[in-house]
Design a protein around this ligand. Structure first.
Ligand code: ADP
Length: 489
């Protein structure tokens, strides 16, 4: 009977279960959407119980039809939307409030107060992060400050989604997380790899609420047979989604980079044994810890990437489907001098300007929908170049090539332009499911189902830069001028 590894990919919009075989090929995928609640402008919440039930539902879908049987699963790996915060009562198993999602800005008052008090530099030094509502600490504090009865209750536990699912799967036996998820809480010291007493005091969070921190790959606990069709399967990996993608894309060596073009964009570079504190507002984070070996990464995020294409589709009505953007953009030979700066929600690293709004430059009477579509695709690549450049500065070295994944990486025009404008090769691996693959690899590794030698790059597309250097400089110079003008407007 063939054996498999099951990856659970609990994302912001959906929960997926993906079965991988010994050759790391996808055998079956099941998916269920989850609800997002927007109780007030800028607030984003989810129901942790719904997330748990969606996880059970996708597992059931995997075994539906009996092609795959529960006893064929050797281990489970969990990868998850990071930072999203759940607080629950260990006696009842019930969350005391909705899960506060990473995107939610409801804790900005807490964060601004701490900023004013001058705490940011020491927080950055310890955690590698910036002081921002994005991370878990202020969300826990918010729940403690705002939900009735919470401060007095000694039975409360905190977890990111990985931790909550593990606790549920083990029927309350195991309360643990891994270093990658811990490193996104603002409570974790990335140098000592432990919860930091000073940070806990600052956010007024009792240590008793916090999960035990474990390696990324290793036994976390065993799924109670009642939740897995009478099988007691080990959970042997827990890993944040972007770190999972870095592992899934085989970025094992120092300076390996992956660029995910999803709704937003995430670029991570492996920085080896060193946690580098960025001069440009990039985040320093744990990439993974396996058998006492820790790897770090620098991370930059782009707020608007593939969602720029959604905007063209839904608001501008340029096409019916995102994939049609490529054909429209190819209807013209270049963007006709048009530059789109997609600062819909301000600009992230390296600009960190949350006030500015988007802008379009270089319009003429002859500007067509094709030019605009092309300029939007190019903007996705320019934003990546901005981040790669500061990564090179922080690391004091030149990046040789990058790997790409995510929904928009099927756009060949985008990936070619990315290679042109970066003037380095861009590689797109065979398995599109790099996040789930990363979790499956880390899980299989812990039970000797996979060996690290098995983790090779299956290249499928390879892009070489084709633009001459002068043209690159001219175009990128215009992009930089446009970003400057956008911020001054
Ligand atoms: P997420 O994981 O963030 O939900 P995905 O990785 O599924 O996102 O990518 C979806 C995004 O990719 C959408 O914003 C969509 O507009 C964009 N996208 C999908 N196909 C294309 C395409 N062919 N060209 C450009 N963008 C695309």
């Amino acid at each position: 009977m063939e054996k498999y590894v099951l990856a659970i990919d609990q994302g912001t919009t959906s929960t997926r279960a993906i079965v991988f075989d010994k050759d790391q090929k996808v055998i079956k995928v099941a998916q269920k959407e989850i609800t997002n609640f927007f109780p007030q402008p800028g607030w984003v919440e989810q129901d942790a119980n719904e997330i748990w039930l969606s996880t059970l539902a996708v597992i059931a879908q995997i075994f539906d039809g009996y092609e795959i049987k529960p006893e064929q699963i050797v281990s489970v790996g969990i990868t998850n939307q990071r930072e999203t915060t759940v607080v629950w009562d260990k006696k009842t198993g019930l969350p005391v409030y909705h899960a506060i999602v990473w995107q939610s800005r409801q804790t900005s008052d807490i964060v601004n107060k701490l900023k004013e008090e001058g705490h940011e530099p020491f927080i950055k030094e310890k955690t590698g992060l910036v002081l921002d509502p994005y991370f878990s600490a202020s969300k826990i504090k918010w729940i403690r400050d705002n939900v009735k009865g919470v401060k007095e209750n000694p039975d409360l536990l905190f977890g990111t989604i990985d931790t909550f699912l593990l606790w549920k799967f083990t029927c309350g036996e195991v309360h643990a997380t891994d270093v990658t998820n811990a490193s996104r809480t603002l409570l974790f010291n990335i140098h000592t790899l432990n919860w930091d007493k000073e940070l806990l005091d600052l956010f007024e969070i009792p240590e008793t609420m916090l999960p035990e921190i474990k390696d990324t790959s290793g036994v976390f606990g065993y799924i109670d047979p009642r939740h897995f069709f009478n099988q007691s399967v080990p959970i042997t990996a827990m890993v944040g989604d972007q770190q999972a993608a870095l592992f899934g894309e085989s970025c094992f060596e120092k300076s390996n980079v992956k660029n995910t073009y999803g709704t937003g964009g995430f670029i991570l570079i492996n920085t080896g044994d060193e946690a580098i504190i960025s001069k440009y507002g990039l985040l320093s984070t744990v990439a993974w810890k396996i058998k006492d070996e820790v790897k770090y990464a620098l991370e930059g995020s782009i707020f608007v990437s593939g969602s720029l294409i959604q905007w063209l589709r839904d608001e501008m009505k340029f096409f019916m489907e995102a994939k049609d953007s490529e054909e429209l953009a190819r209807s013209v030979k270049d963007s006709g001098g048009v530059i789109v700066v997609p600062a819909f929600t301000g600009l992230g690293a390296p600009y960190w300007n949350d006030k500015c709004k988007g802008a379009i430059f270089g319009l003429t009477r002859g500007t067509s929908r094709g030019h605009l579509a092309r300029a939007c695709i190019e903007a996705m690549a320019y934003q990546s170049k901005d981040l790669i450049k500061v990564m090179e500065e922080d690391l004091q070295e030149k990046i040789g090539f990058i790997k790409v994944d995510g929904g928009a990486s099927v756009n060949k025009l985008l990936v070619q332009f990315q290679s042109d404008i970066l003037e380095i090769p861009v590689v797109k691996p065979l398995v599109a499911e790099s996040t789930a693959l990363g979790a499956a690899r880390l899980s299989g590794l812990a039970v000797d189902f996979y060996k690290s030698e098995d983790f090779k790059d299956d290249e499928v597309e390879h892009y070489e830069p084709q633009m001459d250097h002068e043209e690159v400089q001219k175009l990128y110079g215009r992009w930089q001028a446009a970003v400057k003008a956008t911020q001054e407007f």
